[in-house]
Design a protein around this ligand. Structure first.
Ligand SMILES: Cc1ncc(COP(=O)(O)O)c(C=O)c1O
Length: 448
């Protein structure tokens, strides 16, 4: 029992616990188990007085997107039932060569409906990476199944076949592969074959890997029964918020269509055969993102250039700073690096923040998330997943977006190298604060 009367895992029904609203930041942390307190991320570094010169990610879109939203508004084409979501579906089906796609309100809602379509229940478990975003575990819990966290493969940000098999049991019904940070899972072909052999559903979460290609050259998102993605503003193409779910088999169309829309039945308007969310995307979001879908290969090709610039510029400090896993087609959504230890990671991030360079830690592994430590299942996730835990302590990512040019990467890497060689001079940056806003205005042909 803690001094304030709370008992870990007993007093709080997790469905009633709204700690982020009710408790102070210090209190929420003070009551956490030691294992979390010892490994949780440090508070985020703050930029100097003039703010960030380089944000870690920036939304990037063309004038056509803005004009399409305007025409959607002028023509009353604003809802999920309007023309733009239908056009968006055509673009997705054409890019991914799939027969079924449904725009959704977010990546999380896309995952929610994909998992509902897998008919998972309380007796079922789903294998998923520990090193991914919390929505992945949340959506498994939302459909009543249990997430089972898998470690990364050696030298990888994704689990491979051995890591999945280590956690598989007769209760396993599905696998979620995330292609974390836009690095294609190296075992995706064997994982597809394994799922087929075992009769498991395979859901590819490509929220961080839209337009990413596997080692065999195929787009990730074409291996699973379902693929889901996010169109949040930090993604390579964006609707501000939004997403989609697509499927390789057209038999899934009617069910998915109903699941995104309150469980409406195609034949009987107000007859609902199952409980379902409203996961639809509105027409304005679809108008905004529609023309971006076909530009995705080009955007990702540019990500490939950014990765090659970073790798080249950081070669000098390779013994202290390891670059993110490099696959055959090297174009990660974000460019990650790994320091030798936690202290060096935090100090390097602070150093970069001093120069206005924003960075982001790698995920804190899901099996250690405080949300797992309340309620009846307290302690069940107290398992070691050493590779994910190590990456969470040492990894972070650098600015990675379409406004960055080779000289920007050069400057960011000069600042990084100076951390390791403090005598090295850092020239003044060629960019001024607000440069991305000015570039965006140019791109959109309007005044800043
Ligand atoms: C792997 C993964 N899954 C799901 C999501 C959730 O997407 P959204 O924020 O659009 O709900 C994200 C968000 O970035 C993600 O990275």
């Amino acid at each position: 029992m803690a001094a304030d009367g709370y008992t870990m895992g007993k007093m709080w029904n997790p469905s009633l616990y709204i700690g982020s609203i009710l408790d102070s930041h210090e209190h929420r942390v003070a009551i956490l188990p030691k294992r979390i307190k010892d490994s949780m991320p440090s508070p985020e570094p703050k930029p100097g007085d003039s703010g960030w010169l380089y944000r870690v990610l920036e939304p990037y879109y063309s004038r056509e997107c803005v004009d399409n939203v305007m025409s959607a508004m002028l023509e009353g084409q604003i809802s999920s039932g309007a023309a733009w979501p239908r056009k968006m579906v055509q673009e997705i089906c054409s890019l991914y060569q799939v027969p079924v796609a449904l725009p959704t309100s977010s990546g999380a809602s896309a995952l929610h409906v994909a998992l509902l379509a897998c008919n998972l229940g309380p007796q079922d478990t789903v294998l998923l990476p520990a090193l991914t975003m919390v929505a992945v575990a949340n959506m498994v819990k939302m459909v009543g199944a249990k997430p089972i966290y898998c470690d990364c493969a050696e030298d990888s940000v994704n689990p491979g076949v051995p890591e999945l098999l280590e956690k598989a049991t007769p209760r396993t019904k599905a696998v979620i592969v995330c292609h974390t940070y836009g690095v294609a899972c190296k075992d995706i072909v064997s994982i597809r074959d394994l799922c087929k052999e075992k009769g498991w559903w395979l859901v590819e979460d490509i929220c961080e890997a839209m337009g990413t290609r596997a080692d065999n050259g195929e787009l990730v998102g074409t291996f699973g029964d379902f693929a889901v993605t996010s169109l949040y503003a930090n993604k390579p193409i964006t609707a501000g918020d939004g997403g989609w779910v697509h499927a390789r088999d057209k038999k899934h169309h009617d069910r998915l269509k109903s699941l995104v829309n309150h469980g409406f039945d195609p034949a009987y308007h107000f007859l609902h055969f199952e409980v379902a969310p409203n996961a639809k995307m509105n027409g304005l979001g679809a108008a905004f993102v529609c023309s971006q879908v076909k530009t995705l290969p080009e955007v990702m090709q540019y990500r490939g250039k950014i990765a090659s610039w970073y790798r080249q510029e950081l070669a000098d400090v390779a013994s202290s700073l390891r670059c993110i896993e490099q696959r055959q087609i090297d174009a990660p959504w974000v460019f990650g690096v790994e320091t030798t230890n936690r202290k060096a990671r935090d100090e390097l991030r602070d150093h970069l923040a001093l120069y206005g360079i924003e960075t982001r830690n790698y995920f804190y592994p899901l099996h250690l998330e405080p949300a797992n430590f309340y309620g009846d299942e307290v302690g069940v996730y107290d398992i070691p997943l050493p590779r994910s835990e190590h990456l969470a302590q040492t990894g972070f990512y650098l600015p990675t977006h379409s406004f960055l040019q080779a000289d920007d990467i050069k400057y960011i890497c000069t600042v990084i190298r100076a951390f390791y060689k403090p005598d090295a001079a850092i020239p003044a940056p060629s960019r001024k604060h607000g440069w991305v806003d000015a570039e965006r205005s140019k791109l959109l042909n309007c005044q800043p």
